[in-house]
Design a protein around this ligand. Structure first.
Ligand code: NOJ
Length: 563
């Protein structure tokens, strides 16, 4: 058996400093013209992805699904949604990716299935207490007639985390009966991870995809699988994790790690061993790093940079903390600014300084109208932040469309919205559709070359952001990403970093072991470059413009210096 740290496979470490490009399949490229992106669409764009210079793609779920939560409600873990293609299409996509040396990561969604999954359907028609119910969390309600949910737990998308079923079998057939747990939408019943069949079935799923050539897995809500379901259920009116000792009722419980140790055994059956990255919104680094240990998944997302204000001191301290975390876990660090769950980072940075998460939500709810944004500044900062991040040791996770400098589509027509959050909060929280609008490829074609009429409408300004409008255009965001990913490959070395210059509130300056230096001016005004910096060695500026004369760096700009 191999091991991710000791495998002698020449490519065993491909993931440690990879640039991973997240594809949200329904919104990437639509080959069959039905308005929904698909797997042949991904295959058709492999040349684009290869030229972009990424090392891997991570596909959000493409499995059969009613799309109650954008595919994170999985009907069948070992199949492809017929609207997105077939298993043959999947194999063709993997082959095309591997042919250009791009690795493939797929999403695994182990906290919940969809309510259309065969085992949940079986549970629904089975009586309370039956073996079929035991694979999920079915409980009697409280109150005289069981009319109250078993606990006060809320769901992530609004509303209660419990839904009552009408019994189909047993003495109460035809009447309201038990409740099932769903930490997300009603259509996403949570698995019972204490059940051996559930554990075994996920091993089968991992082997199914690994056997088809998949190189890694992104593990959805990894920290939620194991819950304290002992009676009486504990009160937890908010879903935050307040303790860092593994005793929270719902999240980051110590026992979750035995699940991932089992996964590691399975992933080590392959050579090179398969890699996995945990999506674990665990606020404590000492706890988060456990998921990333080589005996478990191998990597864990950290969203610290994503959540940090655009400030030198904050960015620097996040990096220090995350690199220290990686040192302990043995993993490489991960970095991310955007994904399919958050407002795109050029828009976040366009909001007034100091805007809180609540204010960001309010801005979305106001369709992006108030407070006013400074989009030019937002994109300038986003480009500077991206170059700051791409220089760091570890893996960079990029989200489709960020290489085009896409903003959030904050003003989607309300009738077009699909996010369960929008519905479950009675339209009080907008949700995530605005970062999921299908990509613009060619402004000369209908639907900007995406394919059929996109399932979420593209705004008029998408045409100006299309690949065709940026391809070969010096200074465009697309060309900046291409150059950056190219230089990153050439300059990358050991996974360490040395901070240069005294820390200031304005400028950060670090050097990688092979002499690659990254200087970022987080301030709005031009700043003096640290002394000793040779301007002639600047190979890339986030502005896309040549470095100006004088020993200065413009505001909200990153320079890359090559030895
Ligand atoms: C995290 C995923 O990224 C998100 O899109 C999804 O809604 C939840 N997990 C539930 O699966």
């Amino acid at each position: 058996m191999t091991d991710i740290l000791t495998s002698s496979h020449p490519e065993a470490n491909w993931w440690r400093q990879a640039a991973v490009y997240q594809i949200y399949p329904r919104s990437f490229s639509d080959a069959n013209g039905d308005g929904l992106g698909d797997l042949p669409g991904v295959t058709a764009r492999m040349g684009y992805l290869s030229a972009l210079g990424i090392d891997a793609i991570w596909l959000s779920p493409f499995y059969p699904s009613a799309l109650a939560d954008g595919g994170y409600d999985v009907d069948d873990y070992r199949s492809v949604d017929p609207r997105l293609g077939s298993l043959d299409d999947f194999d063709a996509m993997v082959a095309a990716a591997h042919a250009v040396n791009i690795r493939v990561i797929v999403d695994v969604v182990p906290n919940h299935s969809s309510n259309r999954h065969a085992w949940f359907q079986e549970a629904l028609v089975s009586a309370p207490g039956s073996p079929a119910r035991a694979r999920y969390h079915f409980h009697d309600g409280r109150g005289d007639d069981g009319e109250l949910p078993p606990s006060d737990w809320p769901s992530h998308f609004g509303g209660a985390a419990w839904t009552r079923v009408v019994e189909a079998a047993g003495p109460n057939a035809g009447r309201p009966g038990q409740w099932y747990l769903h930490l997300f939408a009603t259509e996403q019943p949570d698995w019972n991870w204490d059940h051996p069949e559930v554990r075994e079935d996920f091993h089968t799923t991992l082997r199914f995809w690994a056997g088809r050539g998949v190189d890694g897995f992104r593990v959805d809500v990894a920290h939620a699988l194991v819950k304290d379901m002992s009676m009486p259920l504990r009160s937890k009116p908010k879903l935050e994790i307040l303790v860092d000792d593994g005793t929270d009722a719902l999240f980051d419980r110590d026992a979750v790690h035995t699940v991932f140790e089992g996964w590691r055994q399975v992933m080590n059956e392959y050579d090179p061993p398969r890699i996995a990255v945990a999506e674990a919104w665990v606020p404590f680094t000492n706890r988060r790093l456990k998921y990333a240990r080589p005996t478990e998944l191998g990597q864990a997302f950290n969203f610290d940079l994503l959540q940090a204000p655009f400030k030198a001191a904050e960015f620097r301290s996040v990096v220090q903390k995350c690199l220290a975390e990686a040192d302990v876990s043995g993993a490489s660090s991960t970095w991310v600014f955007s994904n399919h769950d958050v407002v795109r980072h050029p828009s976040r940075y366009a909001l007034p300084d100091g805007s809180t998460a609540k204010e960001l939500e309010a801005w979305l709810l106001a369709d992006g109208a108030t407070p006013p944004t400074d989009l030019e500044r937002g994109l300038r900062r986003a480009r500077a932040a991206t170059l700051f991040m791409l220089g760091l040791p570890g893996s960079a996770y990029l989200y489709q469309g960020e290489e085009l400098g896409l903003f959030e589509v904050a003003d989607l027509p309300h009738e077009a919205l699909t996010d369960p959050t929008w519905f479950r909060t009675n339209h009080l929280v907008k949700g995530r559709d605005g970062c999921r609008v299908p990509l613009p490829w060619d402004d000369a074609e209908p639907n900007n070359g995406f394919g059929g009429t996109p399932w979420l409408p593209q705004p008029a300004w998408f045409a100006g952001k299309a690949v065709s409008a940026q391809d070969g255009v010096p200074g465009s965001t697309l060309e900046l990403y291409r150059s950056a990913l190219d230089w990153r490959r050439k300059l990358q070395g050991e996974e360490t970093l040395e901070w240069l210059s005294e820390p200031t509130d304005i400028v950060t300056h670090y050097r990688r072991p092979n002499g690659w230096e990254v200087i970022t001016n987080f301030g709005g005004a031009t700043a003096l470059l640290p002394s000793g910096v040779d301007l002639a060695t600047v190979v890339l500026a986030s502005s896309g413009e040549p470095a100006p004369a004088g020993h200065v760096i413009p505001g909200e700009t990153t320079f890359w210096l090559a030895p």
